[in-house]
Design a protein around this ligand. Structure first.
Ligand code: NAX
Length: 328
């Protein structure tokens, strides 16, 4: 067997972590024949709960899991790692706005960026899940100057999966038949779920659905507000689906995207599609050899242009707020 991929999960004692460590250990991300070494980080008061998670991982008897390192020390958690799932943060509670989270969470990602810079491999792939994910990823990268910017990304794959599931349900087709749904912008209610370039069984979604009003109205708001709907129903934020999306995101990054297909990831904007350069904007990307590239040349109509501008504006505001928090 190959040498283990060293994977860090932060917030490993939390609810997303609980599903995520099992999925990674089962081989869903790095492959069923690739051993993994799991570095699990949480804060000191959670060490008892984390010990319980470790017991359960052992009891799953997962063939891929080579070893498990529970810790509250980022120096240990990030030591020589190949991949990081940065989940640990304060979750959004019912009625709480994302901006309330920003001040609390940006500081965590500044500290973790510094620690990644010091201890992780320079090739580490960092996926930020903790909210506000795009801006946290930006801050994390900024405080890890010796790791390439391209190695940081933010998760919008849950939104992509939600969009795909909404279209599949509407058409009564298996979800795998729906391809190339895009999430543009921020992982927030300003995100733009866009199926203008998506297909179902090779046919444009707009033709298959044949209801532009729904696609430009309720479909978009359902995806944008899905996180809130889950919180209202469960009294807890999305966890199983978030863990699955994190695995999908890292698996695409690690293994590449099939020809003709793209996925959405929050990545550094290079100004493509008239977005503000330097913010962590969700784009459709192709991935090859563990490098993403933004899909270019998709036609953007006036409707889409307005949506991209709105979510881009929010990202710029978040960036400015986050910079002030860090500078204070
Ligand atoms: P939980 O509160 O269940 O777990 C968070 C865990 O992180 C806790 O165990 C906590 O002790 C730990 N933690 C806090 N500060 C830490 C630090 N400095 N270092 C290491 N661990 C730390 O939250 P959960 O439901 O698992 O959600 C985690 C994050 O994911 C939240 O920020 C949430 O908003 C975000 N989400 C992001 C999504 C996305 O699509 N990008 C969707 C799901 C989710 O809402």
């Amino acid at each position: 067997m190959a040498s283990p991929v060293k994977v860090c999960v932060t917030g490993a004692a939390g609810q997303i972590g609980y599903s995520l460590v099992y999925m990674i250990g089962s081989g869903a991300v790095f492959g069923p024949n690739t051993p993994v070494s799991l570095h699990l980080l949480d804060i000191p008061p959670m060490m008892g709960a984390l010990e319980g998670v470790c017991m359960e991982i052992a009891d799953c008897a997962l063939p891929c899991v080579r070893d498990v390192v529970p810790t509250a020390d980022p120096a240990v958690a990030f030591n020589d790692i190949d991949a990081a799932f940065l989940v640990g943060a304060m979750p959004r509670k019912e009625g709480m706005e994302r901006k309330d989270l920003l001040a609390a969470n940006v500081k965590i990602f500044k500290v973790q960026g510094e620690a990644l810079d010091k201890y992780a491999k320079k090739s580490v792939k960092v996926l930020v899940v903790g909210n506000p994910a795009n801006t946290n990823a930006l801050i994390c990268s900024q405080y890890a100057p010796t790791i390439p910017k391209e190695n940081f990304s933010a998760m919008t794959r849950l939104d992509q999966n939600r969009a795909q599931a909404q279209i599949a349900a509407r058409l009564g087709v298996p979800v795998a038949e729906v391809k190339n749904c895009i999430i543009w912008g921020n992982h927030s209610s300003t995100q733009f779920p866009d199926v203008r370039h998506a297909t179902v069984n090779g046919k444009p979604v707009y033709e298959a659905v044949n209801d532009d009003a729904w696609l430009m109205g309720d479909f978009i708001s359902t995806v944008q507000k899905r996180g809130g709907a889950v919180i209202a129903a469960r009294k807890l934020s999305s966890a199983m689906s978030a863990a699955k999306a994190a695995c999908d995101h890292m698996s695409s990054w690690w293994n590449g995207t099939p020809d003709g297909q793209f996925v959405s990831m929050g990545v550094f904007s290079d100004g493509s599609y008239d977005t503000a350069p330097g913010v962590m904007f969700s784009f459709p990307v192709h991935i090859k050899d563990r490098k993403w590239s933004i899909v270019q040349g998709l036609p953007i109509d006036d409707f889409a242009k307005g949506k991209l501008e709105a979510t881009g504006k929010e990202l710029c505001e978040e960036r400015d707020d986050a910079m002030s928090v860090c500078a204070a």
